[in-house]
Design a protein around this ligand. Structure first.
Ligand code: SAH
Ligand code: SF4
Length: 389
């Protein structure tokens, strides 16, 4: 490691421990792994098979009131309610875009906030879930990276985001895979999921459990800015779809856009991707590429992208840059984006241009935390202090 490396803002600098999600002293049963739930209930004197019943009430039926858990004796339900809660994050606002996108600003027990978005499409809906409040990384085109306050979200806060979305659509009990509106999860909200891997993994294992939310791993995509040493672990532990924020085809440019690249440069990143389990045609790795005018959008860049990704079963998501106040970039023109896509397509890679969704409610990529910051400022009467966030 070079002497400058230790100065890079790539470590979780300001992380404080996640809060359980509420001020109530009773522990929240949401977010516990199956084993942890069994232990918690055993300590309360319940038989082991009760854990299965409670799990199904929480994650299959979406119940938050113990009184509704009717296959459990009334006395036991009362005891459960004395000891525990089944809690969701608090909804501060719910906004609906003209294009059907819904965004929730959620508040956790310590007052911190994060945003969750649902992007409905014809045959599915992708819920974009946050893994951290803010982000310790400082990608120069992402507004989330400019936020001062960062903490990891707890498993309850991560799985709770999806449960809030399901509440909003009335999607309980768990529908069949083909009929559900909220059919996919993308870990593409605020934060770097691989800097909060244990909590993200616990939350996603809960989401994938067949006796609960029952979302198949094929319906889950985890996006990373390129935390190389964790990529193999994602494959081992979760084996979900992988998306990688590439955004540039050489280290010089990527160093400025995605500074974590100085630690783990493109060649190392692509080697980790090539080794990702199941990176076969049916389950290609998605490479995200924000189109930035004059920075990464030339014909030569497109050709180099094709060359770099040739050894990997890959597809490319071209994301028109979503501007934010003070952003040092502009979005490439439509013509440029389509020309770039043509070259990548001609090189044998699928490269859809991702239509920005929910821009009217600031729900598009890279716009998330900025909205909650602004919203909070308005709610506290225009207070500009960052400490108030
Ligand atoms: N931290 C993870 C997860 C966030 S995913 C990651 O970086 O992969 C959000 C995606 O939107 C990432 O690919 C990110 O690079 C991209 N993005 C961030 N700001 C953007 C902006 N202003 N316009 C377009 N895409 C942006
Ligand atoms: Fe963090 Fe991802 Fe934004 Fe980079 S693009 S600052 S890793 S949220």
């Amino acid at each position: 490691m070079s002497p400058t490396m230790s100065l890079l803002p790539t470590e979780p600098l300001q992380i404080v421990e996640p809060f359980s999600g509420r001020n109530d002293l009773r522990p929240n049963l949401v977010g516990l792994s199956r084993e942890e739930l069994k232990t918690a209930l055993a300590e309360a004197g319940l038989e082991p098979f009760r854990a299965r019943q409670v799990w199904q009430w929480i994650y299959w039926h979406g119940v938050t009131d113990f009184a509704l858990m009717t296959n459990i004796a009334r006395k036991t339900r009362e005891r459960l309610a004395e000891l525990f809660v089944v809690a969701r994050p608090e909804i501060v606002t719910e906004q609906r875009s003209v294009d059907g996108t819904r965004k929730w600003l959620l508040r956790f027990g310590d007052g911190n906030e994060a945003e969750t978005v649902n992007i409905p499409e014809e045959d599915r809906g992708s819920v974009c879930v946050s893994s951290q409040v803010g982000c310790t990384l400082t990608c120069s085109f992402c507004h989330t990276g400019t936020q001062p306050l960062v903490r990891n979200l707890a498993p309850a806060e991560i799985v709770g985001q999806f449960m809030v979305a399901r509440d909003s659509y009335g999607e309980w009990p768990t529908p069949t895979e083909t009929t559900r509106m909220l059919s996919n999860i993308v870990m593409m909200g605020m934060g770097e999921p691989l800097y909060n891997f244990d909590n993200v993994a616990t939350a996603l294992r809960i989401v994938m459990d067949e006796q609960g939310i029952a979302l198949s791993r094929r319906r889950i995509t985890l996006s990373t800015s390129g935390v190389v040493p964790m990529i193999a672990k994602v494959g081992e532990v979760l084996d979900v779809n992988l998306a990688v924020s590439l955004h540039a085809v050489n280290d010089q440019v990527r160093d400025t856009l995605v500074p974590v690249n100085r630690k783990w440069p493109i060649a190392e990143l692509l080697a980790a991707c090539a080794a990702y389990p199941g990176a076969r045609n049916s389950r290609r790795i998605t490479f995200e590429y924000a189109m930035l005018k004059g920075i990464n959008d030339s014909d030569a860049d497109a050709r180099e992208l094709v060359r770099l990704l040739a050894p990997i079963h890959a597809k490319v998501n071209l994301i028109p840059f979503n501007p934010w106040p003070g952003a040092p970039y502009e979005c490439s023109s439509n013509n440029r984006i389509h020309r770039f896509a043509e070259i990548v397509n001609a090189g044998g890679l699928s490269a859809p241009v991702r239509t920005p969704r929910g821009r009217d409610i600031l729900a598009a990529c890279g716009q998330l935390k900025s909205a909650s910051l602004r919203g909070r400022r308005e709610r506290v009467g225009g207070l500009e202090s960052k400490a108030a966030v």
